[in-house]
Write a protein that binds this ligand. Structure first.
Ligand SMILES: [Zn+2]
Length: 394
């Protein structure tokens, strides 16, 4: 029987069209999934979309559609982009999927019933026209970062997750499993900057917006982002918090997670703690990949420097774009993309080096073997000498 290997990307937020920096993650993960299949693993490769939250509620309203219509549109765009890039995911989960919604409600209920979640008060800076809460650090010059108007300190009823209860167990786990968080520099950052100074309890519900999964025993609350979004990795396989989980879940969990470095904290602190609370195994590995920058700066619509995979593919073809992204990203440092860099890379690596190799190989094949290509995977006793020499030289 083949050994199972469960690989996930983060789920993409459906607030807008994905740019090449977002597409990078699915390309990287796809390369890993293909490699693992080639090595003989039974791979289950998952991606999907994160579709709830106030930002989507607002964008839908601005576009004059319902939130569901809005996310249907963007999720389709994201999926089309992943498909254009010739990625081989086995499942595309959406957090608006009915079975995900029900399973997240069960997870929330279980946390509450076993005393990991309690009802308290969320205090933050509130902008009345925007109906939004902001943290101190999100404010711009002490004002609302969205509209620039003054904010007031307000409270709302909310549920909180007791993070402290699991803090020491998680520190021990990370220390005993040096490979759990990759790259290593990020592991030290999580330990020293977040875990060792002590965790705050996490606010896991909101009443100030509606577009989310309702708490089924207290429906004026919606489940706030992390319990909803992170659970996708197990709900998709058929995990049941209040009953028996599926065979798929038992076969494939735990996963290897590929995520952007900006959400590493949520995946290496909150997510493992949720899993500990559920009594489930922690992920095998969480890899926080670097960013693909444009001209060494962040891609942003307001700056107008956004590059889209669709445009690159139209100019250069899918494989060349995949090659560029994989080549240009070092393991732990940000990579860089510009149209000039893509052209240069394709000309030098693909046209010149690879093109030359292919051209010479074909010429020699014609010259010495009458253009006949034999199956290189045939094994003959004569190969034994070469194989044992190679193995002995390792
Ligand atoms: Zn505002």
């Amino acid at each position: 029987m083949k050994e199972p290997f469960y690989l996930t990307t983060a789920i993409a937020y459906t607030s807008g069209r994905p740019h090449i920096g977002n597409t990078y993650e699915i390309i990287l993960s796809d390369a890993i999934a293909r490699f693992k299949r080639e090595q003989g693993y039974d791979v289950f490769f998952q991606t999907g979309t994160d579709e709830h939250g106030i930002k989507i509620e607002e964008k839908a309203e601005a576009a004059g559609v319902t939130p569901q219509e809005f996310v249907d549109g963007v999720a389709a765009q994201i999926r089309a982009n992943w498909d254009l890039m010739n990625t081989t995911y086995d499942k595309f989960i959406r957090t608006t999927d009915e079975d995900h919604v029900r399973r997240v409600q069960d997870i929330f209920r279980r946390f509450y019933e076993q005393g990991d979640i309690y009802k308290g008060e969320y205090e933050g800076w509130y902008c009345t026209p925007c109906e939004s809460f902001w943290t101190e650090s999100q404010l711009v010059d002490g004002k609302c970062p969205d509209c620039g108007r003054p904010v007031t300190k307000q409270k709302e009823e909310a549920y909180f997750f007791n993070m402290k209860k699991y803090e020491q167990r998680l520190i021990d786990y990370i220390e005993e499993h040096p490979d759990f968080i990759q790259p290593e520099s990020r592991r030290n950052e999580m330990l020293n900057n977040f875990l060792r100074p002590g965790l705050q309890d996490l606010c896991v519900s909101r009443t100030s917006f509606k577009w989310g999964i309702p708490v089924d025993f207290d429906p004026k609350h919606v489940i706030y982002v992390w319990v909803d979004a992170l659970s996708n990795y197990i709900t998709s396989l058929g995990y049941e918090a209040l009953g028996e989980s599926s065979g798929m879940y038992r076969k494939y969990w735990p996963a290897t997670h590929i995520i952007g470095k900006d959400i590493l904290r949520f995946h290496t602190i909150y997510w493992p703690i949720f899993l500990m609370a559920l009594g489930e195994p922690l992920p095998k590995k969480v890899f926080g990949h670097p960013w693909l920058l444009v001209d060494n700066g962040k891609m942003s619509k307001s700056i107008g420097n956004v590059i889209y995979a669709e445009d690159l593919v139209e100019a250069f073809g899918v494989d060349a774009v995949r090659y560029f992204c994989l080549h240009e990203m070092p393991f732990a440092q940000d990579g860089n993309i510009t149209w000039e860099l893509v052209i240069e890379r394709i000309n030098s690596d693909l046209a010149n080096v690879l093109g030359n190799l292919v051209s010479r190989t074909i010429a020699m094949c014609n010259k010495y073997f009458d253009g006949v290509i034999s199956n290189p995977r045939v094994y003959d006793p004569v190969d034994e000498g070469l194989i044992s020499t190679a193995l002995a030289a390792r």
